[in-house]
Design a protein around this ligand. Structure first.
Ligand code: RB5
Length: 147
């Protein structure tokens, strides 16, 4: 699976290990191909710009899914959900990551550097990657209503 990854400066916040490179390393260890949409350092940037890069990669079929990271996951998730066809889910618990896939068919996972440890982030990524969409009719109907 090809996954586009982007963040804001939260991806390089603190002493390290920095979250964005750790997430990319983990995805590659899982056998995923990664489209790295930046940023590549701790300079302050605007999360909508990197949400846009990831979402456009998905819309252009250059990636199947995306992982986004900001301080909380919320800002970058709000930005991502403005793009047609993107279903971005901010997840902070394993149950949220599972339901984001099985009920919402979320194609973008949004994580928060300031609210999750890196171990928690990687666990949520694993659950989100390993959980299929349920294909339930009621879930398909609800997703269709979102366009
Ligand atoms: C950036 O300082 C911070 O506001 C951003 O990473 C994010 O948490 C916004 O939702």
């Amino acid at each position: 699976m090809v996954i586009a990854v982007g963040s804001d400066h939260a991806g390089f916040e603190g002493d390290g290990p920095h979250y964005k490179p750790e997430i990319i390393k983990h995805l590659k260890q899982r056998g995923c191909q990664v489209v790295d949409c930046g940023p590549w350092g701790p300079e302050s940037v605007d999360y909508p710009d990197f949400a846009a890069k990831v979402c456009k990669a998905i819309q252009a079929n250059e990636a199947e899914r995306g992982v986004l990271l900001c301080g909380t996951g919320m800002g970058i998730g709000m930005a991502a959900n403005r793009f047609p066809g993107i279903r971005a889910a901010v997840c902070v618990t394993p149950q949220m990551a599972e339901l984001a896939r099985s009920h919402n068919d979320a194609n973008v996972l949004c994580l928060g550097r300031r609210v999750l440890s890196i171990e928690e982030c990687l666990r949520l990524i694993d659950i989100w990657l390993d959980t299929p969409f349920s294909e339930g009719e009621r879930h398909k109907r609800r997703i269709a209503k979102m366009g």
